[in-house]
Design a protein around this ligand. Structure first.
Ligand SMILES: [Zn+2]
Ligand SMILES: [Zn+2]
Length: 255
């Protein structure tokens, strides 16, 4: 059984063939999927999907790239929706310095507000970090994020950063990039992560793992991530599948 902890099945890329994508996930034993909403349309769609599919859960938050668009009403709306029993995390949230649509200051403010919200509603957080590791870690510390913990999604940082995050009750989630031929660092880092902090994800439709790199990603491909991690850790696929699924259930409090 596999657990894809980060999927955007609410994206328009699945408008025409969602049912087939879901069937393929099921035939590859993807038992549960967290669909991540990060703005008004994608959160709305994620909330619909958790009603339609018993094996789908939602994480809802505001993406740092669009931080400039988030209003107080949006934040209140996320808080209200988070009371749903199948909303299992707040996010994705964080900092993304690759794009400059939202200034760093705005991104930081929106990030801090969402950590505070997650603490209020007692839900773990899902962190998006691109080219902003130092500021992300500083803000997590300053805001006391260890009270809720969560996930560093699509983790590509160093073992040292991983250790700092684990001290704050975070799990490290690995996706397609760990399967890339030239991904020396993530492959080394995976070996150093204790089994009880490991998660897997697709971040589909993006970051498609080898051997489908460049094509649209989907939850059934999470098996390639599990296979790669199993190989790196010298464990069986079944062991990694079971460990990462148990970790996800524990973090998201799913029975
Ligand atoms: Zn992300
Ligand atoms: Zn994402």
């Amino acid at each position: 059984m596999l657990f894809d902890t980060h999927a955007h099945l609410n994206a328009e890329q699945y408008d025409t063939d969602l049912e087939e994508v879901i069937e393929r996930a099921k035939s590859e034993k993807v038992e549960r999927i967290v669909v991540v909403g990060f703005d008004r349309p994608t959160i709305t769609r994620a909330m619909e999907m958790i009603e339609e599919y018993d094996f789908i859960y939602a994480a809802i938050g505001w993406h740092p790239v669009d931080a400039i668009d988030m209003t107080e009403e949006d934040l209140a709306w996320i808080k209200e929706l988070s009371a749903h029993e199948k909303v299992v995390a707040i996010g994705e949230m964080g900092l993304d310095y690759h794009w400059d649509k939202s200034s760093k200051d705005v991104q930081k403010e929106v990030f801090r507000k969402q950590i505070a919200l997650a603490k209020e509603v007692h839900l773990p957080i899902i962190i998006h970090n691109r080219d902003a590791t130092e500021d992300v870690v500083t803000i997590l510390k300053e805001e006391g994020a260890e009270a809720v913990g969560g996930i560093m999604h699509c983790f590509t940082g160093s073992a040292e950063v991983a250790r700092e995050c684990m001290k704050m009750n975070f799990y490290l989630s690995f996706g397609g990039p760990v399967t890339f031929k030239n991904a020396k660092k993530p492959k080394e880092v995976v070996k150093e992560i204790p089994n009880d902090r490991l998660l897997i994800e697709t971040d589909c439709p993006f970051l498609t793992p080898h051997p489908f790199r460049g094509k649209r990603n989907e939850p059934s491909y999470v098996k390639y991530v599990a296979e790669q991690i199993a190989e790196l850790k010298g464990m069986t696929f079944e062991e990694i599948a079971s460990i990462t699924t148990e970790n996800a259930k524990r973090l998201f409090r799913i029975n």
